[in-house]
Write a protein of this length. Structure first.
Length: 346
């Protein structure tokens, strides 16, 4: 079975083709991605209307590219999958509309996929795919969650952010330091040159006794420290970036270890854009090695939003019998869609 996946939830247009042949893990045949970062940099953040228009321009050429690289034609596709939510409403509508139009034109069924489930299952695209069950740390954009994953569609949220997520803490702190857009990667690069112990910043909810997260207070502390530095900020910016990163990473690592202790599991999956952070990977690898816990990540180029994770999630849901593709080509996107709202049968 060939599944074509389309991702258009925010500022990346992704298309991919995955083959499901009964093996435990489907195979990625080809994928293509276009990032809108350069376009949005002039505005300091994502402009939803511009994002939607650019998805319209990119999605069909990317689809053609993917089919050519895989040596397949559209007629070979068995299911067209797309991101149904969460995300920007206008951007989601582009991917959903194109997917349903393709499905109708080809007479093939379509399947709406949860964006976060795509991230969650993206490590199955790596050279070292995990096995169920595992604890997952999902750190993507405005989402930071720890969950127990017993199988496809079988998710139990152990803890989540009550305000700003880790990705937002990176981005907002970077903006306070004048690092531009996208802020998180810029802050991480600058942190490589700084001292992570230079400034004493808070670790919110680190000793809360639960697995929830809160990073809004850290952002406020970064603002206060930047204001105190005044004219010295430029000279100390690398140290402030490193201290900010150290605070975020320490919370993520210690909460992940607590989740492993709570569940008794020996396998951890890290997914989402923040999962590409080098310091986070180093700390998790070191701490988990001491506990003889296996850690799995997506390939670095698949940490951001991409079509491969959407096609993979669709293939795994179909293969597990958790969902059926539909030939009803009407669609409804879900800009707000909690991951724990996914039904095992829908």
């Amino acid at each position: 079975m060939l599944i074509l996946g389309i991702e258009s939830s925010c500022d990346e247009t992704g298309v991919a083709l995955v083959q499901s042949s009964g093996a435990p893990v489907p195979t990625l045949l080809s994928h293509a991605l276009y990032s809108q970062i350069e376009m949005h940099q002039a505005y300091g953040g994502v402009v939803p209307e511009l994002a939607s228009r650019d998805h319209i321009r990119r999605v069909l050429p990317l689809t053609t590219q993917v089919m050519q690289e895989a040596g397949k034609s559209l007629q070979d596709v068995d299911v067209v999958a797309y991101t149904r939510g969460p995300g920007l409403a206008g951007a989601l509508l582009v991917g959903a509309g194109v997917a349903c139009a393709l499905g109708a034109a080809l007479g093939k069924p379509v399947l709406g996929v949860h964006h976060l489930e795509g991230h969650l299952l993206s490590p199955f695209l790596s050279a070292d795919p995990p096995e169920f069950p595992f604890v997952a740390l999902l750190v993507s954009g405005g989402h930071t969650q720890l969950m127990r994953v017993d199988g496809v569609g079988r998710y139990d949220i152990l803890g989540e952010t009550i305000d700003d997520a880790a990705g937002e803490a990176f981005d907002k702190s970077a903006k306070l330091m004048g690092l531009g857009y996208p802020g998180g990667p810029a802050l991480s690069r600058l942190a490589e040159q700084g001292d992570g112990t230079a400034f004493k910043l808070p670790r919110p909810l680190l000793h809360s006794g639960n697995l929830d997260f809160s990073f809004a207070g850290l952002k406020t502390a970064v603002l206060t420290q930047a204001q105190r530095l005044g004219e010295q900020l430029e000279a100390r910016k690398a140290d402030l970036a490193a201290s900010t990163q150290a605070a975020i990473v320490e919370v993520l690592v210690k909460k992940s270890l607590a989740a492993l202790d709570q569940t008794g599991m020996k396998r951890l999956v890290v997914a989402g854009g923040v999962g590409a952070n080098r310091h986070l990977r180093e700390q998790l690898n070191a701490q988990c090695a001491k506990r003889k816990v296996r850690v799995h990540y997506p390939e670095l180029h698949l940490c951001t939003d991409n079509g491969a994770m959407i096609a993979m999630a669709a293939a795994m849901r179909l293969q597990a019998g958790m969902q059926e593709a539909s030939r009803a080509y009407t669609f409804e996107v879900k800009p707000r869609w909690p991951l724990d709202a996914i039904s095992q049968s829908v």
